[in-house]
Design a protein around this ligand. Structure first.
Ligand code: PMP
Length: 412
């Protein structure tokens, strides 16, 4: 049964009252981005309409209000992640920018020729390419952690890969295509015990499904995007252990990140401000606090048993269809189902689902290493969230039943 809190939360999301091809819109592309509740949309317009001035660049009451709101969100974010201080939270453009910051700044400084960086085939391109390219620049070695058939990192095999040359281990808490959930606390423990490496966690998908406590995990860096957690686009967050952040050089230089600019030398502010050059996405940061209120009020990252049961129900029904192949039938906790319709290109199949009012994703999902591991070129991905219902899953399954004959569905 769908928890009452979830039914109440659903009523706050205007996009869920939209229609697609004349049918009520069924959104099953939650892993791409989360739809926004009205209070987030209102927080954006409240800032722009009522105190929409810049931060750190004005001295009047409006400027003060914006400064306080912006820094208040950093504190809110730190509390949400149980980070020890607000200063260990850097606002970025998104997960991608946060991971690139770690690779370009921390990675560039610590990786030497012959060093090793461990990733896995479950990584999104945003947590694969920055490390691959760093290895190429530095003549270091990219090592792939062995996985079991669900896409979960095999911990004893990971332990065997750890040695003094390993300087960074970069893993996603939940993978965006297979929905594999990694045991990040155990990975951090192993890595810190058997190597000098730091653990950089891509939490872009994980942040939706768990209450993350960075101190308990003992991860060194953790990145995610606001837009996947019901917040605005264009904003992400990098948590880093403060001594690591403080030792890192800024990637971008410009307004407000600097302390003293001499003719030929300059000194920079402390972390996190030295990483926040130029005018920041002020409205987005402020509105993200409203998204966190939404998530906490309706306990959206708890009650994961509802999402797990709904996903298991969908998997069970879909796998009865002979022309449907599911690649991750065991990973139900993240709401993600990766599948194909036999003989039908995923883009064509996605049009059949769209005609039935269902939004999902087709293609390579920015996860070519994962598809290579699956020996596929592309696939469909349905990603469920707290607001999806059994009736919606039934419509998904009924549509999937017709998708093998997609030409007659699309042209009749
Ligand atoms: N990592 C994972 C696991 C993701 O799912 C995504 C978003 N698809 C990203 C990284 C990149 O996030 P963004 O595009 O918001 O920077």
């Amino acid at each position: 049964k769908q928890p009452d809190l979830f039914v109440q939360a659903k009523a706050e999301i205007p996009m869920l009252r939209q229609k697609l091809h004349g049918k009520s819109y069924i959104y099953m592309n939650n892993a791409a981005t989360a739809l926004k509740p009205q209070r987030v949309i209102d927080a954006l317009s409240h800032y722009y309409a009522d105190y929409g001035v810049s931060i750190y660049r004005g001295t009047d009451e409006f400027a003060h209000k914006a400064d306080v709101a912006f820094e208040g969100c950093r504190q809110r974010m730190a509390k949400y992640l149980n980070a020890p201080t607000a200063e260990s939270i850097v606002f970025t453009r998104g997960t991608t920018a946060a991971i690139n910051l770690v690779a370009r700044s921390y990675g560039e400084a610590v990786i030497n020729p012959g060093d090793e960086i461990i990733v896995s085939a479950m990584e999104h391109h945003a947590n694969y390419l920055p490390w691959q390219q760093l290895c190429l620049r530095k003549n270091a070695k990219l090592v792939l952690a062995p996985l079991d058939k669900r896409g979960i990192i095999d911990l004893p095999a990971l332990q065997k890969l750890l040695n003094d040359k390993v300087k960074i281990v970069a893993v996603a808490g939940v993978s965006n295509l297979m929905g594999a959930c990694q045991d990040i606390a155990a990975i951090c423990n192993l890595v810190h015990k058997f190597s000098p490496a730091v653990v950089s966690v891509d939490a872009a998908q994980w942040i939706l499904h768990a209450k993350i406590d960075v101190q308990q995990l003992d991860c060194d860096f953790l990145a995610f995007s606001a837009h996947k957690l019901y917040g605005p686009t264009g904003l992400g967050c990098l948590y880093g252990k403060y001594d690591l952040l403080q030792a890192m050089s800024p990637l971008e230089s410009g307004g407000e990140m600097v302390d003293k600019v001499d003719v030929y030398q300059s000194t920079f502010k402390d972390a996190p401000w030295k990483f926040e050059a130029g005018t920041m996405p002020i409205a987005e940061v402020i509105a993200f606090a409203a998204a966190l209120d939404f998530v906490e009020q309706y306990e959206l990252t708890s009650h994961n048993d509802y999402l797990t049961a709904l996903t298991a129900y969908a998997v069970e029904k879909l796998s009865r269809l002979p022309h449907i192949k599911i690649y991750n039938p065991q990973n139900n906790a993240s709401g993600i189902i990766a599948f194909n319709v036999a003989g039908v290109h995923p883009h064509d199949a996605a049009s059949v689902f769209a005609k039935a009012g269902i939004g999902l994703r087709a293609g390579n999902h920015c996860a070519q290493p994962t598809l290579r591991w699956l020996q596929q070129e592309n696939c469909l991905r349905c990603s469920l969230a707290f607001f999806n219902t059994v009736a919606e899953v039934d419509r998904l399954v009924e549509t999937a039943a017709t998708a093998d004959d997609y030409l007659s569905v699309l042209f009749n």
